[in-house]
Design a protein around this ligand. Sequence first.
Ligand SMILES: Cc1ncc(COP(=O)(O)O)c(C=O)c1O
Length: 394
Amino acid sequence: MNIKEFCEKYAINRLGTNCLKWDALDKRYGNKDLIAMWVADMEFKTPEVVIEAMKKRIEHGIFGYSFVPESYYNAFINWEKNEHNYEINKEWIRFTTGVVVALYWFVNAFTKPNDSVIIMTPVYYPFFNAVKDNGRKLVTSGLINTNGIYTIDFENFEKNIIENDVKLYIQCSPHNPAGRVWTEKELDTVLSICKKHNVLVVSDEIHQDIIIGNNKHLPAAIVSGGKYADNLITVTAPSKTFNLAGLLNSHVIISNEEIRAQYDAYAKTVNQTEVNIMGLTATEAAYTHGKEWLESLLDVIRHNYNNVKTRLNEKAPKIVITPLEGTYLAWLDLRAYMDPNDTKVFIQDKCNLAIDFGEWFSEDCKGFVRLNMATDPKYVEQAIDNIIKNINCL
Ligand SMILES: Cc1ncc(COP(=O)(O)O)c(C=O)c1O
């Protein structure tokens, strides 16, 4: 399906559906009329095959206790194998009601109060909360930003691990908001540092399927022939890929038996919930039949991002636009045009946009903004128009 056909079929107005992104604008930003380009979900309906599978389930009319069928495991395992060359055993898989929930559990299950947990900043802000809310010590290692291109400061990462006796590293791969799809060399170096210092790795790979550039996403568990698989936990979900976040169905994958037993012992104390029947139905259908839809979606995201890049480069060339290798989140540095303290007024009051502000991801990223590209191109077009018009009036 081309971009126009995809948008005609799948892009819809979400106002009045209790959606966080649009219907909570007033509460969150104090203005209900902003163009919503913040939280990471989309204005696109999930694939028709997914909706059909859910309808069929609904028409049956019974939503009693359920278990995970073999067909579900096959769909998920095949997806990981076909898309990412990642071979998973059924026994390694656990379910959670979300990736963030899982991060909170890992912090509790694998560290003690006051233990240190390291993250690479700027990063998705619940990473900070999962550490701090649980009374652990947050250690940050800043990514190196060279004209908008982010790389890992390996020396600083290792130094911080040693100095703080770090026990756990929460990795974001692909990285939100730096847009990186880490290379095997980068991943190998990070994972080897963690192994050397006995730091357990949690690899949040929720954006695994949103690959925009040429780098291929590499699950941490298969880096360098699977050399580090014993020292890590992988978390994935269909929620970003197929716009299913509200169905609360995510996967935890642990191949190491001992780590899995420790996780299970902890999970037993906090999770007695059975699986969600609609989450399972939607996910199985998406992983079985959703590939074509995903390809069209990626075309739309590439189109939107290229539009941002081309038009802003031409009309507001001092905005630094980070290359988007993965995720659907564009990261822009506006500091050449304004005092970072003025970003909020510029973006919200002048450009009429609701976005994620840089300082949410790292204290030193005030003046950056994150724009969600998984939306109808008409909103992106409007956002660019507003930025160009107002930046040239500064
Ligand atoms: C890196 C990352 N992890 C987790 C999440 C959210 O996951 P969940 O909704 O399953 O808690 C997001 C959402 O944007 C994200 O970017």
